[in-house]
Design a protein around this ligand. Structure first.
Ligand code: ADP
Ligand code: GLC
Length: 468
């Protein structure tokens, strides 16, 4: 698998969770997986094994030199592409909301380095590539490397975790990234005169998947297609949706080391402790124990409905509820959340930042979890919420629609502050009947979204491709 993130070493979102768990789940189906990611500045090489040194990678005339390390004590081989000038930086993709100007170079070198790993260290039958950062792998295998005997018979799977991020670069990137001019065509990498790395996957992979069945349908429509719906419709016969699973070893209230008290569907007692401590941690009053506490853990972006939350927040807390939010993202929305906290002291409390233990404490301590996403390929937090007895209130889109049903959560369809508010009101009303509410919590907690089913679906796909 080729990816720009893998938990726990490199994570900004759900992509990392998937790469941290799916390779392990695939062992049960008899599939062996190695994962390749860049060695970012935040990844310590202490303990890692140097597997290969001084591999020259040419993008046209430009020469880059990479080394491959294998991370220490991971459950599967995790290869780190080390090239300090390109990856040893503060961010993965950029800093302070601005993309690095050489991302086309960074992820072109990365794609070729992944092929080098396959050539030198890890015999590969299937290249399973994730998101635009790995999009050049299928493109290279069909162009510059198409006659390379090492890769003869190898198949490619490209998984779209988020169509909103495409890796779009000016036309000049083609030569700078050392790509063959022939791939610059509408059914190749070209996207309205620019170079699109995600199209490397969409146009050239043997099979395409995305992370929920509903999102697989949605991305073929103009509303959710980000301009690529036509290309995806052209490839509909090889496109399928496979729902993400959850790593319950990481996300279970019975065993979670990050939360102050353990609890389960049979014994919910500890959840009250988690709520009380969360209120204290956020400086919210003890009265909130009797009222709904809403939680948000999110990238503060439009995708996640940050604009809806901004519009509805004052009216939400007017329902005599409390809100805790953790996130980072667009400065505009970060500022808004800070401002909400100032305007509603003792009602809304916010932490700007990325803090995994705190994300766990919010899942455990809140009564409800808000995800009013504009679009959501899968979404993991609502599935974690189910397992923590934290009732999700979600917009019915993508994976949110596929994982939340009447009886386990609250859904609304229209993308508007009014519709969000109406769903919150229904949830608040339901909360008043404590017994019925606990039944709802328990129904959610008993749902099984472990990786088993999804890993079996990927495994079957790999086998179909290899049998062709
Ligand atoms: P996405 O990948 O689109 O951000 P997902 O719901 O699939 O959305 O996954 C988000 C993952 O990132 C979850 O594991 C969530 O807990 C985590 N996460 C998001 N924001 C933060 C944050 N500010 N601090 C800690 N964890 C976060
Ligand atoms: C993306 C999507 C999210 C999905 C995650 C893992 O970040 O935004 O919905 O759960 O990838 O597939």
């Amino acid at each position: 698998m080729v990816s720009s993130e893998a938990a726990p070493l490199a994570k900004t979102g759900g992509l990392a969770d998937v790469l941290g768990a799916l390779p392990i789940a695939l062992r049960e189906t008899g599939d062996e997986v190695g994962v390749v990611i860049p060695r970012y500045g935040s990844i310590d090489l202490k303990g890692a094994r140097r597997m290969y040194d001084q591999i020259p990678i040419y993008l046209g005339p430009a020469r880059h030199v990479v080394a491959i390390y294998q991370a220490a004590s991971t459950a599967f081989p995790l290869y780190l592409v080390d090239c300090p000038p390109l990856y040893d930086r503060k961010g993965f993709y950029g800093e302070s909301g601005v993309d690095y100007p050489d991302n086309h170079i960074r992820f072109a070198v990365f794609a070729r380095a992944a092929l080098a790993v396959a050539r030198l260290l890890y015999r590969t039958e299937i290249f399973h590539c994730h998101d635009w950062q790995a999009g050049l792998v299928p493109a290279l295998l069909r162009s510059s490397f198409s006659t390379d005997p090492t890769f003869l018979g190898a198949k490619t799977v490209f998984t779209i975790h988020n169509l909103g991020y495409q890796g779009l670069f000016p036309r000049s990137a083609l030569a700078e990234a050392g790509l063959e001019p022939a791939v610059f065509r509408p059914d190749g990498l070209e996207f309205f005169g620019r170079v699109s790395y995600i199209k490397g996957g969409i146009s050239f992979a043997d099979a395409l998947t995305t992370v929920s069945p509903t999102y697989a349908r949605e991305i073929q429509t103009p509303e959710y297609g980000f301009g690529l719906d036509g290309d995806l419709r052209d490839r509909a016969s090889v496109l399928s949706g496979i729902l993400n699973g959850v790593d319950y070893a990481e996300w279970s209230p019975q065993t979670d080391p990050h939360i102050p008290a353990a609890y389960s569907a049979e014994d919910l007692g500890g959840k009250a402790t988690c709520k009380r401590r969360l209120l204290e941690e956020f400086g919210l009053p003890a009265e909130a124990m009797d009222r709904p506490l809403l939680g948000v853990v999110s990238r503060f972006t439009r995708q996640k409905g940050a604009d809806l939350l901004a519009e509805a927040a004052a009216r939400i807390v007017a329902e005599d509820v409390y809100l805790v939010a953790l996130g980072t993202g667009d400065p505009e929305f970060e500022d808004f959340f800070r401002q909400m906290q100032q305007e509603h002291p003792g009602r809304i409390a916010v932490r700007i930042g990325f803090d995994n233990p705190l994300a766990h404490r919010i899942e455990a301590g809140a009564d409800m979890f808000l995800m009013p996403s504009h679009y959501e390929p899968c979404g993991l937090n609502q599935i974690y919420s189910l397992h923590y007895g934290t009732v999700p209130v979600v917009r019915a889109t993508g994976g949110l629609d596929d994982t939340i049903e009447e009886g386990t959560g609250f859904k609304f369809a229209e993308y508007s502050a009014e519709a969000l508010l109406a769903a919150v009101r229904s949830a608040v009303q339901a909360f008043a009947d404590r017994e019925a509410w606990q039944r709802m919590m328990r129904r959610g907690m008993s749902k099984d979204f472990s990786w088993k089913t999804s890993a079996a679906a990927y495994s079957a796909l790999y086998r179909r491709l290899l049998a062709r």
